[in-house]
Design a protein around this ligand. Sequence first.
Ligand code: LMR
Length: 397
Amino acid sequence: MFEHVQPYAGDPIFALVDAFNADPRPGKVNLSIGIYFDEQGRLPVLDSVRRAEALLLEAGGAKPYLPMEGDASCRREVQALLFGRDHAALRQGRVATIQTVGSSGGLRVGADFLKAWFPSSAVWMSDPTWDNHRSMFEACGFAVHGYPYYDAATGGVAFDRMKAALEGLPARSIVLLHACCHNPTGVDLTRAQWDQLIPVLAQRGLIAYLDLAYQGFGEGIDEDAYAVRALANAGLAFFVANSFSKSMSVYGERCGALSAVCPSAAEAALVLGQLKFTVRRNYSSPPLHAAGIVARVLGDAALRSQWEGEVAQMRERILAMRRALHAALTRKLPGRRFEYFLTQRGMFSYTGLTPAQVDELRERHAVYLIRSGRMCIAGLNSRNVATVAEAIAAVLA
Ligand code: LMR
């Protein structure tokens, strides 16, 4: 019956996690998947989340289905977090937000919606981007193309080439953009660059689709929402999928949302209806526990400020690890430049290591990176950073 089924080659990120878990070497270091580990190398449970869960447990209660669009207070809090509590687009009812199964679930629902209502549009994403972006949009039937983004020569954004590429796109092209903490490079657009891109998106009639998976890990919770707010302020119609997996350390709870900013409240109602229909045909409704966590942590003043402090601590620890790795590598290989560790933001850095060098790091030194050379800085701590620097230096020498 199933002999004709093609074998699955495995996911480039999750397969590495399996390989890491199966690796018996005691000093192994996992810098592959985008997960924040604390200074002890543990996956943290944030105190704000622990307290929110205690309140949920105390309240007891039944476990009904949520509506297709998710929990109302969760959706309201997500909107306030993304746009700022009093944003005109929210007051005018122009934002359709649904709670989703992580931001991956949101990205997929939004992609299904766009394929249904803009069937002849193609999707354009940064070169490079998160591996799963291409796969997800292709699964919806889209043709996927790349626009220039990372400039290996400067270690920054190839901004002029990126802008020129977007200026040449047909109207209604879908442009996937990383709102902050670009995955995999860690190289972000500056505010001035966003401000230059927004008129291009508007004048060309492009549909921006923002992926905001690392809010708070770049410059700050509000600061990292700059792109979302700037696009909304400019009156653009666009999508944004956001995640709490990293910012609340709730990976397996699948806490995320999808928002569509629309030209009018009437259009937002139409879009919301179709998003609900898409959800119903896929997984029917999102998880109750996820909604409880997000609504409590964001909606309770004490938990909110505790959470903001915890996000700041995670962000600062990543920055400290960036400095530590930079210092160790600069000491070992004084002729080489490692400034990119200091200028890139978020969990990831693009090291420029070749697939062969990444393989050598894994096979000879038990240090795991994605084969693109992406390193998850959030897997470093003060006990393993020297070993990692030594391993990288050995591979580069
Ligand atoms: C990553 O890029 O490693 C994370 O976003 C986790 C994932 O789902 O791939």
